[in-house]
Design a binder for this molecule. Sequence first.
Ligand code: BGC
Length: 709
Amino acid sequence: MSRIESLLRAMTLEEKLGQLNLVTAGHAATGPIVPGETTHDIRAGLVGGVFNLWGRDVVARTQRLAVEETRLGVPLIFGLDILHGYRTIFPVPLAETGAFDPLLWERTARASALEAACEGIHLSFAPMLDVSRDPRWGRIAEGPGEDPFVGSKFAQAKIRGFQGERLSDRGALAATAKHFCAGGAATAGRDYAAVDVSERMLHEVYLPPFRAAVEAGCAAIMSAFNNVNGVPMTSHDKLLNGYLRRKLDFDGVIMSDYTAVSELVEHGVAADLVEAAALALTAGVDMDMVSGAYLRCLPEALARGLVAEADIDAAVARVLRLKERLGLFDDPYRFATPAEGVQEAHRQLALDAARRAITLLSDRGILPLAADVRRIAVIGPLADARADMLGPWSAAGAAENCVTILEGLKAALPACDLIHCTGVSIEGDDERGIELACALARSADVVVLCLGESAGMSGEAACRATPGLPGKQRQLAESIMATGASAVALLSCGRPLTAPWLFEQAQAVLATWFLGDMAGHAIADVLTGRFNPCARLAVTWPRDVGQVPIFYASRSTGRPPDANNFYSSKYLDCPVEPQFPFGHGLSFACVTLTNLRINRLEFTLGDEVEVRVDARNESEVATEETIFLFIHDVTARVGRPLMELKAWAKVALAPGKSKTVAFTLTAESFSFPGEDMEVMFEPGAFDILVGLSADRKNLLTASLRMIST
Ligand code: BGC
C-alpha cells in the first residue's frame, strides 16, 4: 500500500480536513486575518499548510509541531507570495515581461526559489497569469500583460524557474498558477468584481496561459476571487473539474484564494458556510485558504449529503501527493543552503532584469545624456523614494536594499552636480514646493523628472478609475517644462499611465515601472547610455481611460475606423489609436526590417512555414531588437482578431550590421477554437505580419494559404 493510501486509512475525518486547511500566520497579512489558535490547531493535526511565515528557525519550530507532536506526523507545507523576488526584489512581472526574454523570466524565478527555499518555503503563490487589458485594474502589475501567447511563454518559463528539474530538489519550489481565471477582465477594472466574458474570450485569451502552466507541470493552481459569467471561480465546477481536471488532466492541488470559500455566501450562491464548503469542494477546490470552512463545516456537509467522503479523500490525496513530491515526508526540514556569493549574483541578476525592463517610450534626441552635462536637477516625488522601488509584492525584500534613482545617478555620474527636491508628494494637493523645483530646473543643464505612483497604488485592491499621474504631479511637470528646461520624465508605475500631455512636452519619457532593488543603478545605466534600452510594452498604452479595454488583438468590425466616414468605429473626442501600441519600445539605435519572405505559398497540417526577414542596424550603437510575428486569418467562419502574436525573436546587431531572422511556424499557429471551442483548422488565406511593434502601419506583410489535406 502506498504511503498516501495508508495515511488516508489511518486519518480521522478531522485529520483529513486538517490537511485541506491552509492558514496564514506571521509577517504580512494580505487580507483580513481570521483568528485562530494556529499553534494549537497544528498540534491537533488541523492544519495542512501555513503561509506568510519564513525564516529557518521559525519554520523549523512550526514544522516540529506537526512532525513531532501530531498523531500521524504529516509535515506542513509552507507557502508565500513570491511574485517578483524573495529577498532580492526584481522588476514587477508586467515590467519584466517587457524584456521578452524567457530565459530571464526563468532565471529570476530560479533565484527567488533558491532564496525562499533557504528559509523554509516550499510553495510560491506565483506565477500570476491573469491576462489583462485594463490598466485601471491594479493587479495588471503582477501579470504578463495583455497577450495570451506571451502569457503562455511566461507561464512556462516561470514554472521551469520555480520548480526546476524535480520538486524534491532542495532549491525548488512548487509553483501555483493563479488566479484561475479571467480576473483581469473584472468589470470596469475593479478588483474582485464580476467578470462577464464570452466562452470564446475565455478560450482564446484567459485560459491559454493556464493550459501552458499545466503542460509545464505546474504543481498547484489557485482559483480566483471573481465570478465568471455569474459563477464564482471558487465553485466553478465546469472550469475547475471540467476544464482543469478532465480536459487538461491536471492532477495537482487546487487551492482557493484568501477567504474565498466563505465568500461564496457573499457571492450569493451558498446559503451558509456549510453549503459554501460543499460547493467549493465538489467543484474541485482541494485546499481552503484561511476561511476554515472545510474544517468547520464539511462534517455537517457530509451529514447533509452535500459531499461524499470520497470527495474529501481525493482532495486529501492530492495534498499529500504534493507533500510527497516535495520530499517533505523524507525531509520535513528541507532547507536549501545558499552557495557562496549567491546574494551578489542575484543582485547582478536584479540589475540585468531591471535594465532590460526599462521601456524608452519617447525621445526627441536628448538621450543618452550628453557627456558634457554638468548639472542635473533630479526632481519629483519618486526621485528618492526607496520603498516605492520595491513594488507591490516584496516578500522578504527590504526597502533598505533598494537603490533610489537619485543614488543611482550619483553613483554613475560622480563628476556631475546633482541637485534634488521632490516638488510635490505623490498624492495630495500641496503645490508649495513647485517654485523651488522650477528654480532648480532653471539652474540645471537637464532635469530628470521622477514621477509616478507609490508602490501601494498597484497590486491587489489598488484599482484606479483615472490611471494618470496622481496628486499635483502634472502641475509640477508642466511648471518645470514651462521654464524651458530640457526634461526627461521617468514613470515609476505598475500600469501604463494616461498622460498624453507629458508625451507632447517632455524631451523623453521612460517607463521605469517598479524595478526592485537595483532600480537606481539600472535607470542611471540607461540615462547615461551605458545600457541601450531594449524593453517593449507587454501591454497597449492608452491615451485616455475612455479607450479601455484597449489591446492590439481586436476583432474586425464591419465599419473599421475611418476619419472620412462618420459612421465608422471611432470616438468623437479621442483618437482610436493608443498612445503606444503593444510591443512599442525605443532604443538608441535605429533598426530597419526588409525583405520579408516565406518558404511556401501554401501549407497544410504537418508542414512547417518558415518566415525570414532581414534586420539592419542603421545606427552607430550596438542594439538588441525584438521582432514580432503576427498572423491574420483573413476569412474564417468565426471572425478572427486583426492580429495574433505567434512568435517573437530577439536579435543582437552590431553597428551597421544586418542579420536574417528566421521564424518557424507549424499549422498549430494557424488554428483557433472552433464553434465548439475545440481546436479547428480552417483552410484559407492568412497574412503574416512582421515588425518592431503591433503598429499595423509599420508592419511588413506577406500572404499564404492553408489548403486542406
Ligand atoms: C491574493 C492572492 C494571494 C493570497 C495570499 C490574496 O488576497 O489575491 O494573490 O496569493 O492573498 O497572500
